[in-house]
Write a protein that binds this ligand. Structure first.
Ligand code: GRF
Length: 189
């Protein structure tokens, strides 16, 4: 069985969906570590509740991104991580991790990339008045949301009345799609 690391900075609803998919054996992997740059985030509470090992750090305590990622590498190697899964992780991945995990870092983003990269993708979609948006899972490269696309699912948002309703629908898609795609990526490793 392959080992995965989840990187998260926030609520961790995707992290929870991945935990659930592992429990139900839909996802054939071990979550060996959660890594977070936000020591008080909800994702960490979810790791504690499930007895999943976690490492929390503050970027400002390192002299550089390189120093920070070298430290993360120690944890990743200690936990024999095969694939890094970003789930609401709010930092760009630098060359230190990219070199050690080529095509082994994936991300989920709430838009149909390459449209609406970066922060608040849903806000961008609403501002642009699109009728269809969606979710993308992609490999991570040095850019922001620019890596090769692995899978996408679209969502027609015409009939939704509020941003909250759209957010809920996007999360629902993410929670189903991400475990499936992780399985596929692990099979192809
Ligand atoms: C998700 O919408 C994901 O697409 C984006 O960040 C959000 C994380 O949500 N990258 P959560 O923390 O998993 O609830």
């Amino acid at each position: 069985m392959r080992n995965i690391a989840i990187f998260a900075s926030g609520t961790g609803s995707n992290f929870q969906a991945i935990i659930n998919a592992v429990s139900s054996k839909e996802l054939k992997a071990n979550i060996t570590i959660l890594i977070s740059d936000k020591p008080n985030c909800k994702a960490i509470e979810k790791a504690i509740a499930k007895n999943i090992h976690y490492f929390a750090f503050k970027a400002k305590n390192y002299s550089s991104k390189e120093a920070c990622e070298k430290d993360l590498l120690i944890h990743l190697e200690e936990h024999k991580v095969d694939l890094i899964v970003l789930a609401g992780y709010m930092r760009l991945i630098g060359p230190t991790l990219l070199k050690k995990y080529p095509n082994r870092i994936i991300n989920i983003h709430p838009s149909l990339l390459p449209t609406f990269k970066g922060m608040d993708a849903l806000g961008q979609a609403m501002k642009a008045n699109v009728t269809v948006t969606g979710v993308t899972v992609h490999f991570v490269d040095a850019g922001m949301d620019t890596g090769a696309i692995i899978s996408q699912e679209s969502l027609n948002i015409e009939s939704f009345a509020t941003r909250e309703e759209i957010e809920t629908a996007i999360h629902k898609i993410e929670h189903k799609l991400y475990p499936k795609v992780i399985n596929k990526v692990l099979e192809d490793l």
